[in-house]
Design a protein around this ligand. Structure first.
Ligand code: RUQ
Ligand code: CUA
Length: 867
């Protein structure tokens, strides 16, 4: 084992470093491996995925959330889940579906007047510029209720939902064209385009498939429904699609799986649907020219309008050379265009081969009008043989494809559903290169930008449909399993299993983190769902309650740690709207808002304005409060909504008079409060002096905090005026309350000010060595900070200068940490024990940790002037 470990550490760290580490960690790694039953390979896999506290990932993954109707966001290689985004389903944390602004988005998804509160999300897609992901927008489809949603990657919120007015289901969406001109959405289960009843016997005549081309405005990130259109297709059960790019830019490709047009009918004694729809050896790959189709919509005679959308009949598309069919092996699933648009790879569930079509061959057949025949609807069929580059036997149940970094040499990866494998192969030279087993049935696989014009290689994620026994049991409904595979070497290497606790993801897309630049705050008063300034924007001092008949509108602000106003009284039956503006500028200073029992909730990130609206139909007293633990005084961030019945007489309960304080007692309290405030202010002034002396304004993150702190501080004079006024009027009771409010503002100022100071210290201090940084971590995690605060006497002595205090100090300190007891009778330590009434406990640190802590102390001493 020992040799294994040194081999492993040398592998991981290079030999010289490894030698240091092996001696430094005292065999710790070996101990852990033994105790946890880990192999050398396990530890290498851990090292490839482990991301230390505060570390960042290289890629961000947007995974469909399946039946949850949401999107899931996680990092690679750490596989840390970062967010679930509400899309077709209400999501309470984000207030999605519980505040008015987001409800509006969700309700855009109503179908024929019916509210729909779930979705079956399948295929997320990132917007593209020249076929490369630009990191701006994300689109995803809902298969169950044919809809497309648009998310803004600036704030990771859903901004738009559009309903397909003619489809009754969709699957082959969403797919961006190379410059995000359109988003493709293919139907799945053929159905009549109108909303009427049509008997199944008329399937071939009245049921239809189709592709919808959603016109996308990539400047504002919205679909323009008026400029969108549909291409009518035979009822072949269209499936996955892909937009051409490069050589095939302007064209689109869509699979189908029921060219038999079989309709089943178990209940009338017919063989089931699945038997009839895989009878033919081949189905049809649909090939269409979307650029041509788009120009056709300019002329009224080329389309009909059904349910408000333009529909181009197949006959028109055929007459304009814009629609063709090519046979493909039966029951195909994925169709994936190569990064240069030259090859189109189709995989069929019921065929062990991948079929590689060549665009130049297809184009030639189209140009020469060389057709192998026509389908029953008159659509020209191109010869499969003449359009194929070739076929490769991959294994059982090939489904989806992703391209690797060396795609120019033919590198491609395909999921094998039945074999439960990922196969790496060469689509140009038509040979299999490597296979890796996954657990269990894999559906999609996700490469790093693996379907863009610029695949990054490095990893593949296997999106497994079943987890079976991979995780600890949680009842009959199991999580799904995403497995991370390292593809940077010659052989694929399975690194990590991640349980997915949120529906069945279908496709996921990956993008380099470096391409995303999300905001940390909104422009003050923004309605995040529209991006415009909300009409309910309220600044400090503008808080008010406006009544118009039965409508009561509350313009409220939230800032650490109060909601203004704090009391709102309305009549039973009033329609109440709260506009809420979070006045904070500090990063991650989010407040939440709810009124108990009224089923409303809003998440208010810095600068956001959102509103909640309800009918106050219950009489009573309802606390409202901030739902995010936003500061030390978060629990105090509350107010009352009081709903009274205008037809009732209320008898006053103010009989029970509380004992009040004497004048002398009040004066004493007032003086004490003022004294505390003066002392607190002195601390603030010293922090401010430090910040100014060290040029805080040069560091944007520090500056943001200081601005925030000064903002709080700036509220004090107004309170002071009120306090003085109360003193003059002889109302000391009130004056004490205002003085207390001053103290609250001071605490908030100090809270942020000290955060700024600590951050600034890090910026201006000398650079920490790796050991000193590890020492600081050990100091924090080892619990030393419980008694010792650097630069301050707290429940233990200040440790700045500790290395100057003793003879042979480094050794002294080391021994003291490792064995405190041995020095309890040292006169200095004894003195300290008596003074603090505490003894230094043994924190059971390793020698290495203690060495690092000493390095940290050296760094502290170097920078002693800063603490
Ligand atoms: S699906 S497992 Cu994309 Cu809906 Cu293939
Ligand atoms: Cu704001 Cu809690």
């Amino acid at each position: 084992m020992a040799t294994n470990i040194s081999r492993l550490t040398s592998l991981l760290l290079g030999t010289s470093l490894a030698a240091t580490m092996a001696s430094a960690n005292g065999g710790e790694l070996e101990k852990v491996m033994k105790a946890r039953g880990l192999t050398e390979n396990d530890v290498i896999h851990a090292a490839k995925t482990y991301t230390p506290s505060g570390g960042r990932d290289e890629f961000m993954i947007f995974s469909s959330g399946g039946q949850s109707g949401q999107i899931m966001v996680y990092g690679v290689p750490s596989m840390k889940i970062l967010k679930y985004i509400g899309v077709f389903t209400p999501e309470p944390w984000q207030g999605y579906g519980y505040d008015e602004e987001s409800k509006k988005v969700l309700r855009e998804g109503n179908i024929r007047g019916r509210e729909i509160n779930w979705g079956d999300t399948h295929h997320p897609a990132i917007s593209e510029t020249n076929g490369v992901y630009d990191g701006k927008w994300l689109a995803i489809n809902d298969k169950a209720n044919p809809r497309i949603a648009i998310l803004d990657l600036n704030d990771f919120e859903t901004k738009q939902i559009v309903v397909n007015p003619v489809f009754k289901s969709d699957h082959g969406g969403a797919f961006f064209t190379p410059n995000s001109e359109y988003i493709l959405e293919a139907s799945q289960y053929a159905a009549p385009f109108d909303n009427n009843y049509h008997p199944i016997e008329e399937y071939k005549e009245t049921y239809r498939g189709g592709i919808t081309f959603w016109k996308f405005n990539d400047k504002i990130g919205r679909i323009n429904q008026k400029k969108s259109f549909v291409l009518e297709l035979p009822p072949y059960m269209q499936d996955l699609s892909d937009a051409g790019k490069g050589a095939s830019n302007g064209w689109g490709f869509t699979n189908s799986f029921n060219s038999e047009m079989y309709t089943g009918g178990i209940e009338v004694g017919m063989p089931p649907f699945e038997a009839g729809c895989s009878r033919n050896d081949t189905d049809f790959l649909h090939v269409y020219n979307w650029k041509k189709l788009a120009t056709l919509t300019k002329n009224k005679k080329n389309y009909k309008v059904i349910n408000g959308i333009k529909v181009i009949p197949m006959s028109v598309a055929v007459a304009n050379n814009a629609l063709f069919l090519i046979p493909e092996p039966k029951s195909p699933h994925g169709v994936d265009v190569s990064p240069d648009g030259e090859y189109i790879v189709v995989c069929g569930k019921l065929d062990t081969h991948a079929s590689v079509y060549k665009w130049s061959k297809i184009q030639k057949l189209i140009k020469d009008h060389k057709y192998a025949g026509k389908d029953p609807y008159g659509i020209p069929i191109l010869s499969m043989k003449d359009s194929l580059h070739g076929q490769v036997e991959l294994g059982l149940g090939p489904l989806h494809n992703q391209y690797g970094k060396h795609w120019k040499d033919g590198e491609i990866y395909t999921s094998l559903y039945v074999d439960s494998q990922i196969v790496k192969w060469d689509y140009k030279h038509l040979k299999v290169l490597d296979k890796v087993n996954v657990h269990y049935n894999v559906g999609h696989l996700c490469g790093m930008e693996g379907k863009s014009a610029d695949p990054q290689g490095k990893y593949i994620i296997s999106l497994n449909k079943l987890a079976i026994d991979r995780f600890d049991p949680v009842g009959p409904l199991h999580p799904q399993n995403h497995q991370l595979i390292d593809i940077s070497g010659k052989k694929m290497d399975l690194l990590y299993d991640m349980a997915i606790p949120l529906g069945e993801p279908h496709q996921a897309v990956a993008i380099r983190m470096s391409k995303l630049h999300p905001e940390v705050r909104y422009k003050m008063g923004t309605n995040s769902r529209t991006g415009k300034i909300s009409k309910g924007k309220t600044l400090a001092g503008q808080e008010r309650v406006v009544r118009k008949g039965h409508n009561v509108t509350v313009y409220a602000t939230l800032v650490r740690s109060h909601i203004n106003p704090e009391r709102v009284t309305v009549n039973k039956g009033d329609i109440v709207t709260f506009y809420l503006t979070n006045l904070e500028r500090a990063e991650d200073e989010t407040h939440g808002f709810t009124v108990d029992n009224y089923d409303v909730h809003a998440s208010l990130e810095p600068g956001k304005t959102a509103s909640v609206k309800f009918k106050a139909d219950l009489e009573g007293v309802f606390p409202y409060y901030c739902t995010e633990f936003c500061s030390a005084l978060h629990l105090e961030m509350m107010g009352y909504l009081m709903v009274k019945d205008p037809n009732k007489k209320y008898v006053s309960a103010q009989k029970l008079k509380m004992k009040t304080m004497s004048k002398a007692e009040l004066k004493a309290e007032y003086d004490k409060t003022v004294a505390v405030n003066t002392a607190t202010d002195a601390v603030i002034q010293s922090v401010v002096k430090f910040l100014k002396a060290n040029h805080y304004e040069k560091y944007p993150t520090v500056k943001a905090l200081v601005v925030d702190a000064l903002d709080q501080y700036g509220k004090i004079p107004a309170q002071k005026k009120l306090s003085d006024k109360a003193v003059k009027a002889g109302d000391l009771e009130k004056a004490v309350l205002f003085e207390n409010m001053i103290w609250q503002y001071m605490v908030k100022t100090a809270d942020v000010g000290i955060r700024a100071k600590n951050l600034l210290v890090k910026k201006v201090a000398t650079k920490q060595s790796a050991a000193a940084a590890a020492g600081e971590r050990a100091f924090g995690e080892g619990g030393c900070g419980g008694c010792h605060v650097i630069g301050k006497v707290s429940s233990g002595p200040d440790l700045t200068g500790v290395l100057q205090r003793h003879e042979n100090a480094e050794k002294w300190v080391r021994n003291f940490i490792l064995n405190p007891k041995s020095k309890y009778h040292d006169p200095y330590v004894e003195g300290m024990i008596n003074y603090f009434n505490l003894r230094m406990p043994n924190q059971h640190m390793t020698k290495e940790e203690v060495n690092n802590i000493v390095e940290y102390f050296k760094w502290v001493d170097e920078n002693a002037n800063l603490f």
